[in-house]
Design a protein around this ligand. Structure first.
Ligand SMILES: NC(=O)c1ccc[n+]([C@@H]2O[C@H](COP(=O)([O-])OP(=O)(O)OC[C@H]3O[C@@H](n4cnc5c(N)ncnc54)[C@H](OP(=O)(O)O)[C@@H]3O)[C@@H](O)[C@H]2O)c1
Length: 259
């Protein structure tokens, strides 16, 4: 299949829509339309990748080869329902890590998932040569097609079924969302005392580098794993004005000791 001649429509111009759009464009693929409910947002992305911007789903072109729904997880079904009658026979995928491909089954004959396992924010460039791109469709012919599209933008393709993907997504939430939240708390703690957050950055980096070649359990350090109870109590005293942090500190310390 000459994928470079294929037409792709992006439904969603948020973090993932933005990065997928740019990557497909850089790789010479044709993104023909970009949808966002906000026309300014659709226009911004569409202009950069030479596509048409629309803010009305009834204006979707019907001659594209792949339709990528990259909207909030909870909006996927309602967007799919709105375009079902015009895209009935088309190949339609969503980019969610947690939602199954079968969310699209009531609406389309050909459906699947196109889930890039990475954290995307519009203003931060992402290296598609490093990230895993998880694809799935219950239909073999569509898995083959998705493989072609995926390999045009990324060398690391994984065929992962719906159950595996949702489990993987839980692991991804622990890996990225929760650790990022902890970094955010650390920033608040340092800044309350007038200390620059930058002082913690080498530690953050080393935390991640260490586990590239070692088991996380073996790399755990700190008062919880050592059982230094007096240190734990001192820490809890220092954050006692924030009951959420106290609760989180206790829960994580117990987890470290139990796992
Ligand atoms: N960000 C990540 O790191 C990441 C990684 C992998 C997969 N994903 C998945 O990719 C999908 C998009 O995530 P994202 O981070 O790109 O989200 P996002 O930046 O918040 O963008 C999602 C877009 O969904 C649109 N939207 C929300 N409700 C809608 C509705 N009812 N009808 C139509 N459009 C609606 C909004 O567009 P308008 O308001 O402009 O219309 C919004 O810009 C999600 O399924 C997510 O799970 C995200």
């Amino acid at each position: 299949m000459a994928v470079s001649k294929k037409k792709i429509v992006l439904i969603g111009a948020g973090n993932v829509g933005h990065h997928l759009g740019h990557r497909f464009f850089e790789k010479g693929m044709s993104i023909t339309q970009v949808f966002s409910r906000k026309i300014t947002k659709a226009r911004k992305l569409a202009k950069a990748i030479n596509a048409e911007a629309i803010n009305d789903l009834s204006l979707l072109q019907q001659n594209a080869d792949l339709y990528i729904i990259a909207v909030h997880d909870d909006a996927i079904a309602s967007v799919a329902a709105q375009v079902a009658s015009i895209l009935k026979d088309k190949l339609v995928v969503h980019t969610s890590g947690s939602a199954p491909s079968t969310l699209l089954k009531p609406f389309f004959k050909n459906y699947g998932c196109f889930y890039p396992l990475q954290t995307f924010s519009i203003n931060k460039k992402v290296d598609f040569d490093q990230l895993p791109l998880c694809i799935y469709s219950p239909q073999k012919r569509n898995r083959t097609k998705l493989h072609h599209y995926a390999s045009s933008i990324c060398p690391n393709i994984f065929e992962i079924n719906d159950h595996q993907k949702s489990v993987l997504h839980v692991a991804a939430v622990f890996t990225n969302n929760f650790s990022n939240h902890l970094f955010h708390i650390a920033k608040k703690i340092t800044e309350t005392e007038g200390i620059s957050f930058d002082i913690l950055k080498p530690l953050m980096l080393e935390t991640v580098l260490k586990i590239q070649h070692n088991h996380p359990k073996d790399m755990q350090t700190g008062p919880a794993i050592r059982g230094d109870q007096k240190t734990i109590e001192r820490h809890l005293k220092l954050i006692e004005n924030n009951p959420d942090w106290v609760q989180l500190y206790k829960l994580l310390s117990e987890g470290i000791q139990k796992i």
